[in-house]
Design a protein around this ligand. Structure first.
Ligand SMILES: [Zn+2]
Length: 183
């Protein structure tokens, strides 16, 4: 084997390895649903968190309307673990949502994605942010998507306790249904 050939083999090997490393640990992932013919949704954050968000989007994909609700109102999902159980955030004007990928369950995290999408939609429509409406939207999502009974019960018990005191109750409007009526 001559030196040139060895060099080429080494180069090919190195580029394969670096490609794999980038694939695994690069800072971006994305989600596309063939079933719903959705837009490509960029996901940023640490690799394992991003992979978890993909699993949660696969739950949402069971109802294409919910997935389109996200696609139309959100430009990206930032997978973060803020150390707060079952939490997410929306930063006004960004149309980017921040989601804890490791809430109590994959369904609960999927619900958080819907909750934060609800805030993005409120922002887009210049509506005032309503926790009650987004919590109602999130609750109805969990029921409509067929979340396990234990997750529904967990959601209900949390909302009966301290969270209800902060206005996160489920007697508001379903913002997803409002969005659908616009179609
Ligand atoms: Zn909220």
């Amino acid at each position: 084997m001559n030196i040139k050939l060895i060099l080429i083999v080494v180069l090919i090997f190195a580029s394969l390895i670096s490609g794999l490393v980038l694939f695994a640990f690069g800072s971006n992932s994305s989600f596309y649903s063939q079933k719903c013919n959705s837009k490509i949704m960029p996901i940023t954050g640490e690799f394992i968190y991003r992979e978890q968000i993909v699993k949660e989007l696969q739950i949402i994909e069971n109802n294409c309307d919910y997935l389109n609700f996200i696609s139309e109102n959100v430009v990206g999902i930032y997978a973060e673990n803020p150390g707060l159980m079952n939490a997410g955030e929306y930063h006004g004007g960004s149309f980017k949502i921040y989601v804890d990928p490791y809430a109590a369950s994959e369904y609960i995290s999927a619900g958080i994605i819907i909750h934060e999408t609800c805030h993005a939609y409120q922002d887009k429509k210049n509506m005032s942010y309503s926790e009650e409406d987004c919590t109602t939207t999130e609750y109805n999502f969990l029921k409509n998507i067929g979340a396990p009974k234990k997750d529904i019960e967990l959601f209900e018990s949390r909302n009966k306790s301290h969270i209800a005191l902060l206005g996160y109750t489920t007697n508001g409007n379903d913002v997803f249904e409002m969005w659908k009526l616009e179609k």
